[in-house]
Design a protein around this ligand. Sequence first.
Ligand SMILES: O=C(O)c1ccccc1NCC(=O)[C@H](O)[C@H](O)COP(=O)(O)O
Length: 214
Amino acid sequence: MRVKICGITTPLQAEAIANLGATDLGFICVPTSPRYVTPDQIRTVVQHLSRSIPCIGVFANTTIDKICQVFREGNLTAVQLHSHESPEFCQQLRASLPTGVEIIKAIRVKNAAALAQAEIYAEVVDTLLLDAYHPGQLGGTGQPLDWAALQQFSPKCPWLLAGGLTPDNILDALKQVNPTGIDLSSGVERSPGDKDLTKVARLFEQLQQLSLLK
Ligand SMILES: O=C(O)c1ccccc1NCC(=O)[C@H](O)[C@H](O)COP(=O)(O)O
């Protein structure tokens, strides 16, 4: 299973989290976030990783030019769009990024209509990410989704479950929902941007238990 740990800010934590089993690292490129990292900071983290692992930049309310600039300068490998980007925006971004770069579209699930909207994006992006809707925060909210309402969600492309996942609730979530992967941020933190390696380790212990059960 794909396990993306998002809101990475330091080389030491990135390396430790990759070694614990994360398949992807997420970097918040949204200046208003407490987890914001500059392209220089991302590049430093990426350069210090002892092995290559997908590094995803998370963007919101910005332009294609800016995304492409940060993508290049940060040495990123994929892009996650976390705001109101239209399907046309996703297509234009695809044409502007190097061939093969993964585009992930986050859908903040406010109601059933959001799930229907997700099906439209599944035609133009590589991967979907379902996150919690919060009126005042774009992401990293710690709010779980209604997992029971996602049992039938089966888009045409791979998808990641996000929103308020923790080492304590991950097994419960994955018993109800069957995503391609998961994304965690605040559930494995001490404070915004400061990951708690003990919680990350416990997450992977829990996931190990799940693979033994399956
Ligand atoms: O994490 C942020 O601060 C953030 C700010 C602006 C846009 C997106 C942001 N995070 C995106 C993520 O992919 C988070 O991992 C996702 O929202 C889940 O967060 P959490 O509920 O804390 O696990």
